[in-house]
Design a protein around this ligand. Structure first.
Ligand code: MF3
Ligand code: CO
Ligand code: CO
Length: 253
């Protein structure tokens, strides 16, 4: 059972959140045109940041537990949190996750999606499709009165039937006045977690799906997470509001 309280937002707060909630998604729309062979992940990072700042927002990543860049850009067998670098160049066949978290006036939004660079294998395209569908299935589990643990249950059923696996070490998370807060959305079965969704909760859903083995490997930079078997991994993430009767995706452009 989680001990910290989930903060439920009132109507005025929710109106403010909705009005201001599109920038993270717009950044991901905008960066699409730059995801091409030869660009470095550091260049992509800077372009995202320039766009975020032009819109009067800030990246929440830089400085977060000493994270050194504005976004996370994770390629192929990297699951998440790859630090953009000037020595990392996009290549033909790459699949790329760009994860942006922005904040303004103390509100945070977090979203990520997959991009493909030129030719991509059928295997990779299928993984991306399955991961996207996984996020949709998770989102369909968001409604007041449902257990947050059912989100994981439905996804793993779908993904594992296809022979893929769900990464277990990371979670979706409440997000609003802090980057990561209650309720955490676990990516594995949990004993005694009976958190129930209620209107006014805001959290992310962010499945990371591996082609084969679910296990992960943390690199020496203490951020970059890779698949243990070097196979591909994909992720999509949205920030979702639980409404009176259902849900609303806050990170759509
Ligand atoms: N955006 C990631 C998430 O979905 C967290 C990144 S932490 C950072 O929760 F410091 F690397 F930005
Ligand atoms: Co997140
Ligand atoms: Co994120």
């Amino acid at each position: 059972m989680s001990k910290q309280k989930v903060i439920i937002k009132n109507e005025t707060q929710i109106a403010g959140i909705k009005e201001a909630s599109r920038i993270a998604a717009l950044t991901l729309d905008y960066i699409w045109q730059y995801v091409k062979v030869w660009i470095t992940t550091e260049e992509l990072d800077h372009i995202c940041n320039a766009f975020i700042m032009q819109n009067g927002w800030k990246s929440a990543c830089i400085g977060y537990h000493q994270y050194p860049k504005y976004t996370c850009i994770s390629i192929n067998d990297t699951i998440c949190h790859w630090i953009p670098s000037k020595s990392e160049v996009l290549k033909d066949w790459d699949i790329v996750n760009i994860d942006v978290t922005v904040f303004k006036a103390w509100y945070f939004w977090d979203t990520s999606r997959m991009y493909t660079v030129w030719n991509v294998s059928k295997t990779a395209l299928k993984l991306i499709e399955v991961t996207k569908k996984a996020l949709e299935i998770w989102i369909s589990q968001v409604f007041p009165g449902n257990y947050t643990s059912n989100i994981w249950y439905e996804i793993s059923k779908y993904v594992e039937k296809l022979g893929y696996s769900v990464v277990r070490e990371y979670t979706g998370h409440g997000i609003w006045l802090q980057f990561h807060e209650e309720p955490y959305i676990y990516h594995k079965a949990q004993k005694n977690n009976w958190t129930i969704m209620a209107p006014g909760m805001i959290f992310t859903i962010e499945p990371m799906i591996n082609i084969w083995d679910h296990r992960t490997k943390l690199l020496k930079d203490w951020w970059t997470v890779k698949t243990s078997d070097w196979n591909l991994s994909a992720q999509f993430e949205h920030t979702i509001l639980v409404t009176e009767d259902w849900y609303e995706i806050l990170t759509l452009a």
